[in-house]
Design a protein around this ligand. Sequence first.
Ligand SMILES: [Fe+2]
Ligand SMILES: [Fe+2]
Length: 275
Amino acid sequence: MNLIQLTDLHCVRYGRQAMGRCETNTLAERALRAVRNFRPRADAVLITGDLTDNGLPGEYELLAGILRRTLDVPVYVIPGNHDRRENFRAGLAHLPGVTSDPEFVQYTIEDLPVRVIMLDTVIPGNPAGEMCARRMAWLEARLAEQPGRPTMIAMHHPPFNCGLNDAIGLRDMAGFTALVARHPQVQRIICGHHHRPVTAPVAQAVASICPGVAHQVELDLGQEGLIGLWNLEPAAFQVHVWLEQPGGPAIISHTAYVDSYPGPFPFQADPESPH
Ligand SMILES: [Fe+2]
Ligand SMILES: [Fe+2]
């Protein structure tokens, strides 16, 4: 399994820039080309929210065009707080699972070695996220269906505090963590929203935030609770693979950079090397 995660594309209408100065459309297309050229080829691509900057129909139309031009593998998407659910569902209805639930964008991916559950944490008009009673019940029911199958959950808002913009995080993290703890097959939780790489425990699972493919959030841990600043640190995506381990197979996650850097160079031992 080679599952590629991208997040927080923040596409805007043609000719616009996000926040007046970030060329998110160009950065999204560049990242998706890097994904297309990645080897081994992705079995599937997951995009974990904030696909657009304003949730406008023209932004979904532009993104759909970029996806059509760049990828020929299955693409699975969930919304973030910058999306508008009704426009998301209309503009991306051709993607698998997007309209399978009548109210939310939530569905499962069943044809990979790991079962993936895609969640919708959006509160319309609010930058924070939540799993309301209906969404929690849906998740609990899906997890009860296949208790023996290794499972990954994808959601835009991370279910843990990270010291950056936690005021716009997920509400009722304790309830979500308790639900995960009741289902030990949940190995991995992958998220977006904070535009930089972060890893944390959530019950028995490893939870992580993927870097953005456009702007990143400044690592300013002294500003907890305030809305942070952004920068153009290296854009990246993550590659989740299923690898044999001493205790049984597990999901291992790599970070791949969109940009090119000098190298690769062969390792060459110095005469003084200990091996
Ligand atoms: Fe975002
Ligand atoms: Fe977000």
